[in-house]
Design a protein. Structure first.
Length: 390
């Protein structure tokens, strides 16, 4: 019969924990690889990092609305709005409409928000097959430096506005792909999603010309804002500040990683049998000893130690101190001198009481046996009780 090899639980636990750690890294890496579209910090093809860098290089100030609320700065000159996860509310759409009426430039890229469509009188329609595959051409000479023919928007929805909208890029069937219209003192640009100024789009030769056209006439250092509130949705951690270690642990990826590794360490120590300290002993609720048992135990202990003579001397001295304390009679005198001074100092002590005191003192001085010692100690207590009563 073959001998079975012992199982190494410690080694097995290490292998299991390492596998869990590797799987966690793979999951987190996969989640981080899927970057959201139109992220101003993303270097991916659908990110807007190149758009942000170009605007900064041209002298504009670039900011975002934040994710705590739709906070449009009062000095904002241009607002870019992309398709997002959060729809505009009616008050937000009204506020945006009033901002455009006072001179703001609004650029809507593939946005089909119901509130915005109602406020700015446009719609997003599906193109036909011929329009989806054709090239877009300049309908108005608004881009003199750009090419005459552009890549078409593909099967993405196309903006359809009113008569006041001027088509900038149009498809062969006269379906507009990019329009611009005056709205009060401001301007509204409507664009198909194909013209989104992403990192991949700005590397082409066409869309940089369209981006320059949307910013034409703006002063230097004008504030360009990207709506990240409706793009990514509200975030509870948008306004949080890292002040304490708890904030760092709960609000940052490095803090999450620290908690994850701490949990793995505790699990490893638990599986390895290493507790965080010695085991706690819980005292049992046993029967308490009675007073008689304690006295009997102490008597037996003193008997075995042969200390009955010290007990006799202790009670003899206790009796002499108690009797002579009131009259300041020293306790180290011999019995005859002590009794003589006690008789002369206290006339209330009669002959019978004096003989009793003398008998107890002499009996304790003789170092009696245990039974006799108990009787003498009890008699000494009676003498002291009588003296207190008198």
């Amino acid at each position: 019969m073959a001998k079975r090899l012992p199982v190494s639980w410690r080694g097995l636990s290490i292998v299991v924990l390492f596998a869990i750690f590797v799987m966690g890294i793979m999951l987190f890496s996969r989640a981080q690889a899927a970057e959201p579209a139109y992220d101003p910090e993303s270097r991916g093809p659908q990110g807007l990092l190149l758009w942000r860098a170009w605007l900064t290089e041209m002298g504009f100030d670039v900011a975002t609305t934040g994710r705590a609320a739709f906070d449009l700065p009062a000095d904002a000159a241009v607002l870019f709005v992309y398709p997002g996860v959060e729809d505009f509310t009616s008050p937000e759409a009204d506020r945006l409409h009033d901002w455009v009426e006072t001179g703001g430039v609004l650029i809507l890229v593939g946005v089909a928000d119901p509130q915005l469509q109602e406020r700015f009188a446009f719609a997003m329609t599906e193109p036909d097959v011929f329009s989806a595959t054709g090239l877009a051409r300049q309908a108005q000479p608004l881009l003199p430096d750009g090419p005459a023919a552009w890549y078409g928007p593909g099967p993405a929805p196309l903006p359809q506005a009113g008569d006041a909208a001027i088509p900038v890029l149009a498809l062969p069937a006269d379906a507009p792909a990019v329009t611009v219209q005056q709205q009060g003192a401001g301007v509204v640009w409507l664009m198909a999603r194909r013209y989104a100024f992403t990192n991949a789009d700005l590397l082409e030769d066409e869309q940089p010309h369209l981006l320059l056209a949307t910013l034409r006439g703006l002063p230097d250092q004008a504030l360009v804002v990207l709506d990240t509130y409706h793009l990514f949705g509200p975030s509870l951690l948008a306004n949080s500040r890292i002040v304490t270690i708890q904030d760092w642990l709960y609000s940052t990826p490095s803090g999450w990683a620290t908690l994850f590794l701490l949990g793995l360490t505790v699990l490893f120590l638990y599986l390895g049998g290493r507790r965080l300290g010695p085991p706690l002993t819980i005292p049992g609720q046993g029967r308490r000893r009675e007073a008689a048992e304690y006295v009997a135990a102490m008597a037996g202990l003193q008997r075995r130690a042969n200390v009955s003579d010290s007990i006799a001397r202790h009670h003899r001295r206790r009796l002499r101190l108690a009797l002579g304390r009131r009259h300041r009679i020293p306790a180290d005198l011999d019995d005859a001198e002590f009794l003589r001074r006690l008789r002369s100092a206290d006339a209330r002590i009669d002959d019978a009481a004096m003989k009793r005191i003398e008998r107890v003192l002499s009996g304790l001085a003789a170092l009696p046996a245990d039974d006799k010692l108990v009787d003498l100690v009890a008699e000494a207590d009676e003498v002291l009780s009588e003296r207190k009563m008198n």
